[in-house]
Write a protein that binds this ligand. Sequence first.
Ligand SMILES: C[S@@+](CC[C@H](N)C(=O)[O-])C[C@H]1O[C@@H](n2cnc3c(N)ncnc32)[C@H](O)[C@@H]1O
Length: 331
Amino acid sequence: MSSGAVQALRDILRAFHHGDNGPIPDDEYDRLIAGDEVNRILRETEYTPPKRGGPGFREPDSPLFASKHKEEISCMTKIDHDFQGAHIIHGDLLHVLPTFPDQLFGGIITDPPYASGAADQNTKQRSTAMKYTSAKEDNRLPDFEGDAKDQRSWTRWMREWLTEARRVCVPGAPICMFIDWRQLPSMTDALQWAGWIWRGVLAWDKTNSRPQKGRFRQQAEFVVWGSNGHMPADRKAPVLPGVFRQSMPSGSKRRHQTEKPLEVMREMVHIVEPGGIILDPFAGAGTTVEAARLEGYPAVGIELSAHYAGVSRKRVTGADTPPTEADHARS
Ligand SMILES: C[S@@+](CC[C@H](N)C(=O)[O-])C[C@H]1O[C@@H](n2cnc3c(N)ncnc32)[C@H](O)[C@@H]1O
């Protein structure tokens, strides 16, 4: 047995025996390590999760398991495997996702709140307008939801919805999620923790950013992508770029503080096989759902903020007036 393993076993035994009869001297540990005693202790310390409904099982303290919400929302949504068109659901994704049947969606393309925008927690808890926009107060778009979590809570929360999101996707479905450099490692952890296969990172070159003397510009954001298990090579999807170069919508063209460019989203949605329903559980101003609609995919968006649920619903049903050439010239 290697000296590292002996030390590890000593530590386990020390943790178990200390307190009963006081610390055990090292030679006593070595005697125990050599015998069956250690196997017994290791067997007893092995963790087997309790079976659902069996002894020791506790329902997770999570809205995912709140059946009341499931009933309410399933009446509202009526999204099933025959769904066509574009639809926005106003609600919390943790309440809405459990109402969908298994394997409903062909893929997820989304842009969660990054809960980033600063290095320290106090600054992170400022309004999203202060963190992500430079607009003067009078011209600010409304704040959006869910952006003040610390990194640990954010990662757990990501893992929670990503687990349910996997259930509602077909096997092999792709997932693409926008993120910044600070939260990139947490996002790839959460994705894999929820059982998805992590397949890579795309770069979105925003083309402009604040210059910082003596530093690199933070000119790019990223798209973590993966799949719900094995992804066959003969999927009906084209070759897609690994870098997208497009500035953010600005001025009067912008409907949301962190809106993504429609051109980028129109290209990205083609990772989903034709006919697959695209889900964006963080719809914001509805850019993904609108891109999917324009490219001929059925799509569903979920949005927690009442304001942005309204904005995106108007947009994807064609009730919103698109920005004009004059708007483009002004911005
Ligand atoms: C980064 S924005 C998405 C912007 C979008 N890609 C666009 O182009 O407009 C994230 C959105 O997720 C919404 N959100 C946050 N927490 C949510 C939750 N628990 N359920 C559903 N939507 C949520 C926020 O209100 C916000 O509008």
